[in-house]
Write a protein that binds this ligand. Structure first.
Ligand code: GRF
Length: 195
């Protein structure tokens, strides 16, 4: 099960990977707004649904609706692939430990929705991609995998984000295959995918 909000290029890499002997399939794609990710799902023949915050009375009602919509597909794993909303307490209570997020920075540096411009503004020479389990904090959950990406002198947000996303697309596919095959052991702080 994949959650997305944006252009859906990470989703597309998962769609392309999840064939033949890849150990997972995408049962559905959930979005919180009209976006290209939903169009990619439809083009691939994958069920999609939208649960928009503004169509609910408050965050708790949205959290409940999203939880029910996802649960209807009985996913083993939930992948937040560019889903730009913080998941709520009901969702975490139902699916905690089975939600994987990808973040375009080397956590714990530059958490939040502005990781790429924040890294550029700070002037770091190396940033990267982090794939991690989702907990109740913002990009604070146990790290599953990280890979560094150089920041070039003439980078702008678009060029740096695209270099990071090229890594994210591959790393996410690799990590999900490992998790789907071997599971995750986590004490809530550290996470290990058994060999
Ligand atoms: C990725 O960089 C992801 O880490 C971030 O949003 C981006 C999603 O890209 N949270 P796309 O919509 O899949 O192209």
């Amino acid at each position: 099960m994949v959650l997305a909000s944006g252009t859906g290029s990470l989703l597309q890499s998962l769609v392309a990977a999840a064939v033949d002997d890849y150990p997972a399939r995408i049962v559905a794609v959930g979005v919180d707004r009209d976006c290209d990710a939903a169009l990619h799902a439809r083009a691939a023949g994958i069920a999609d649904f939208r649960v928009a915050l503004r169509e609910h009375a408050d965050r708790a009602a949205w959290d409940h609706a999203l939880t029910e919509a996802v649960d209807a597909h009985a996913p083993d794993l939930i992948v937040s692939a560019g889903f730009m909303k913080i998941l709520g307490p009901e969702f975490l209570a139902r699916f905690g430990g089975r939600i994987v997020n990808t973040h375009p920075a080397l956590l714990p540096s530059f958490p939040g929705a502005h990781a790429v411009p924040d890294a550029l503004a700070y002037g770091v020479k190396v940033t990267g991609s982090t794939v991690h389990l989702v907990d109740a904090g913002v990009d604070t959950g146990p790290v599953l995998a990280q890979e560094a990406v150089p920041v070039l002198d003439d980078d702008d947000e678009a060029s740096l984000h695209e270099r990071i996303k090229t890594v994210e697309r591959r790393l996410l596919v690799e990590v999900l295959a490992a998790v789907a095959t071997r599971g995750v052991i986590s004490d809530g702080r550290k996470a290990v995918i058994p060999k």
